[in-house]
Design a protein around this ligand. Structure first.
Ligand code: ZN
Length: 199
């Protein structure tokens, strides 16, 4: 089981803007939050939506696995599911996001691949389709903080364990999930994932 899922907020400017947030700059510290390791849903499985939220959003993200020496050892696609109604409420109260980000089933994960040694982390394209319709399209060169910068930042400050994940933020196009939705995500040429949504 995954122990820790380190995640970053507002790492794509166009997504920060669509939620009415100020975009981060490369000079600012990345905004890091945690998702429970036990919130993972494996590839091909059913994603059960939490009863307490009426607005669970999908956020497709590149997800890296930490290896022995806190270097990246693996790569997959993940969904950082977010109870947006609760996140807005918590943000307005100045409270942590845990309820909005770390509920059961909040981290659907694709099949993990070992990181190809010659892979250019600045040139990864990924997509999310909901019921066959393209909803999100991302490219790692649009990140405010690069995967390597995020890796170093998290590894230096937190008790990172082998097998932990790093979620690197979502591009624009996030939207609401509904029971019955069929989700297909991919990192072009590398990883394909599918999940089904239920209540
Ligand atoms: Zn996210």
């Amino acid at each position: 089981m995954v122990r820790n899922i380190w995640a970053v907020g507002r790492n794509y400017s166009a997504h920060a803007k669509e939620l009415g947030n100020t975009a981060q700059t490369a000079e600012s510290d990345p905004m890091i939050f945690l998702k429970a390791g036990s919130s993972v849903v494996q590839n091909g499985a059913v994603v059960t939506l939490p009863a307490f939220s009426k607005e669970v959003n999908f956020e497709a993200e590149l997800a890296f696995r930490f290896g022995k020496d806190r270097r990246f050892s693996g790569l997959t696609i993940a969904l950082d599911l977010t109870a947006r109604d609760w996140q807005t409420k918590l943000k307005n109260q100045g409270h942590p996001w845990t309820l909005a980000k770390s509920f059961s089933n909040s981290c659907p994960l694709g099949p993990m691949i070992d990181l190809p040694p010659d892979l250019n982390l600045g040139d990864l394209r990924f997509t999310l389709k909901v019921n066959g319709e393209l909803r999100q399209k991302g490219h790692s060169h649009d990140m405010v903080h690069s995967p390597e910068k995020l890796r170093a930042y998290v590894a230096e400050r937190f008790p990172v364990c082998e097998g932990d994940l790093l979620l690197t933020g979502t591009p624009e196009g996030v939207g609401v999930l509904n029971p019955g939705d069929q989700l297909e995500a991919e990192i072009v040429g590398l990883v394909k994932a599918t999940w089904t949504v239920r209540t």
